[in-house]
Design a protein around this ligand. Structure first.
Ligand SMILES: [Zn+2]
Length: 300
């Protein structure tokens, strides 16, 4: 035992910080876990609460999430009501004062970007509409860049001993990200103006970024699964106003989009939507590499 402690203290002196001293980050979604990893390197320990194959609107407050929130130094979540069904319960029951809303340990990514689809009226009859706008901000890499700036600052604030480290990693990430964005925008140029159908209204930021034109959604209302009556309506609409492809996220059930794609004779692009949503989307760079590639493939 003594020998182990000695080894640990030697490692600590050498700069191999033992796990326990790392900043404990609870990321609500995989994209923010990946971003925190880019910026935090070996000074952070990250727990990602949800996966790309889960519907982010349907997460439950499980005991395992509570246990992780209890010991977190920093929550990194989307906000804009995406986690409204589970995060308030987890925060309340965690008994962890550091991570409550308004505290430095609570970071809401969506508050650092310009939101799209902010409703002018709120009516539950319109379906799962979010008061503060569409929460799926991670599909535009410019939003990732904005959130990175704010997150690097926040890391430096709550772990000031490592501020220089976080800022160095931030600069390095930003440089690589800017180069990658130029590449993606060049590759995706043929997609500008292309008409698309979406399954869920999960892509307004992607559409805005690449100039895609959304003509219909398979969900009759946001958060309501496609019905056969609504799918038939969309099929009729596409006869008058053709689209090139249907976009769905990796977590979506594929039956509605396949049904429509066969009848309208268009393709389906299954997008990773977040890190882990496809084999290639292993990190944030892979996420956009694959997203652009899937769109280009579906456009042919
Ligand atoms: Zn949504």
């Amino acid at each position: 035992m003594k020998a182990i402690l000695k080894i640990l203290s030697v490692l600590a002196i050498l700069g191999f910080a033992p796990h326990a001293s790392a900043l404990d980050i609870f990321a609500c979604e995989p994209e923010w876990g990946a971003l925190a990893q880019e910026l935090g390197g070996d000074r952070v320990s990250i727990y990602v609460a949800t996966s790309a194959l889960q519907d982010p609107h349907q997460i439950q407050a499980k005991p395992s999430l509570l246990a992780r929130a209890r010991r977190a130094d920093l929550m990194v979540c989307t906000g804009a009501e995406l986690e409204i069904g589970w995060l308030p319960i987890v925060l309340r029951q965690s008994g962890n004062n550091k991570i409550q809303a308004g505290k430095p340990g609570y970071f809401e990514a969506a508050s650092f970007v310009q939101k799209l689809e902010v409703p002018t009226r709120l009516d539950r009859a319109d379906g799962d509409v979010h008061a503060s706008g569409n929460p799926h901000i991670q599909t535009d890499p410019h939003n990732i860049a904005r959130v990175a700036t704010a997150l690097a600052e926040r890391l430096s604030q709550i772990d000031s001993a490592n501020a220089a480290y976080y800022q160095t990693r931030y600069r390095d990430f930003t440089q690589r990200w800017n180069i990658a964005m130029q590449r993606w925008e060049k590759q995706a140029a043929p997609l500008r103006g292309v008409a698309i159908v979406v399954q869920h209204k999960g892509f307004p930021y992607l559409e805005h970024w690449l100039g895609l034109r959304e003509v219909a959604a398979l969900e009759p209302k946001p958060g309501v699964e496609p019905t056969s009556a609504h799918l038939s309506e969309v099929l009729e609409q596409l006869k008058r106003e053709p689209a090139k492809m249907i976009l769905r996220a990796a977590y979506n059930d594929g039956r509605g989009s396949e049904w429509l794609a066969q009848r309208a004779k268009i393709s389906v692009a299954v997008l990773p939507f977040t890190v882990g949503g496809s084999d290639k989307a292993k990190d944030l760079f892979g996420l956009f590499d694959d997203t652009v590639q899937q769109l280009l493939d579906a456009q042919l």
